[in-house]
Design a binder for this molecule. Structure first.
Ligand code: PEP
Ligand code: MN
Length: 347
């Protein structure tokens, strides 16, 4: 209860809790009163406790996750990515805005380098690119595998951009960790618990995408699997969820960003490309992500989307990429953030 809460306010809360069959234990402190609730959590949800007079805050103390929770770690965390092969260490956290971009898939050395240059000249500081592609169809391009990882490492050396790339099989952890700066777990593997434990053991930062049908709590539980292996360098990525709406590939759950930030200390970024699946929506959704307080965005770019082997329709180039670059330059300052390159440190 807030320090101003009256005895009547307290009594009213107790009465509401008891009205749904719960028990309320009141402990009066010198400064404030805490009311402990025991009973069925679902029935308490219907009470809208936060709206009752005198209530300052409502905490579910039975959070199923611990290591990733702000209850155990109130300060929001910064995760540092990079610092090898001449690439800087780039922060992802509450004070900065980190723009990551690159091709959906690594196709050739030229296409990857050209995509990285496009990304870099638009202001991106971390390069994305899939060497292992988790495709819905087994007949679709599956990625170049180790060859793709080698291309990414070469492009890092050429551009100075740290690399994030997806891992789809726990057996590849060593080879991916050997080449990449950050390991990505995709939406289709968010609940692959063996893979989560394996990346938790790999000693590299992890980019954990939200499962397309996962609740925020399930997503944080997945992060907890990684944290439990001693790796707290986890960045969460909202990439859209499945809804009834067919005009976008998935529905970007923009409210997930502040919801996660209120409950977890981990950084959270947004992937408008895989959420929308349409390039015309990337700039507006990126602006929304910056405005809502995301710690970064990750976007698909490709020098020739028409020939892209994967996700061409959502890849940016030309005017739209320039618009995105401008948004990433101007908007973060309005929400008190500096572009990540200003805080990056040389290795
Ligand atoms: C990707 O980023 O390349 C990707 C496959 O994304 P998602 O897992 O969000 O579909
Ligand atoms: Mn893709």
């Amino acid at each position: 209860m807030s320090p101003e809460a009256t005895d009547e306010d307290v009594a009213h809360v107790v009465e509401r809790v008891e009205s749904v069959g719960g028990e309320a234990f009141v402990s009066k402190g010198v400064v404030r009163t805490i009311i402990g609730l025991v009973g069925d959590i679902e029935s308490f949800h219907g009470l809208n406790l936060r709206t009752l007079k005198g209530v300052a805050d409502v905490h579910r103390i039975s959070d199923p996750y611990k290591l990733v929770s702000r209850q155990h770690h109130p300060e929001r965390s910064t995760v540092w990515v990079g610092g090898r092969d001449g690439a800087p260490r780039v922060p992802i956290g509450p004070e900065t805005f980190t723009f990551m971009a690159g091709p959906c898939a690594v196709e050739t050395p030229e296409q990857t380098l050209e995509s990285a240059r496009m990304a870099q000249s638009a202001g991106a500081t971390i390069l994305r690119g899939g060497a292992y592609k988790p495709r819905t169809s087994p007949y679709a391009f599956q990625g170049l595998g180790v060859k793709g990882l080698e291309i990414l490492a070469d492009v890092r050396a050429a551009t100075g951009m740290p690399v994030v790339t997806e891992i789809v099989d726990a057996r590849d952890v060593d080879v991916v960790a050997e080449h990449a700066d950050m390991l990505q777990v995709g939406t289709r593997n968010m609940a692959n618990f063996g893979l989560l434990q394996a990346v938790g053991d790999a000693g590299k930062p992890v980019l954990l995408k939200r499962g397309m049908t996962a609740t925020i709590e399930e997503w944080l539980m997945a992060a907890e699997y990684i944290a439990q292996r001693g790796n707290l360098d986890v960045v969460l990525c909202e990439r859209g969820i499945r809804t009834f709406e067919p005009s976008t590939r998935n529905t970007l759950d923009i409210s997930a960003v502040p919801v996660v930030q209120a409950t977890s200390h981990l950084p959270v970024i947004v992937d408008p490309s895989h959420a929308a699946g349409r390039k015309d929506l990337i700039v507006p959704l990126s602006r929304a992500a910056i405005a809502v307080g995301a710690d970064g965005i990750i976007v698909d770019v490709h020098p020739d989307p028409e020939t892209a082997l994967c996700d061409g329709p959502q890849a940016l180039l030309g005017t739209e990429l320039r618009e995105l670059a401008q948004a990433c330059r101007k908007l973060p300052a309005l929400v008190d953030r500096v572009p990540s390159h200003e805080r990056a440190t040389t290795a």
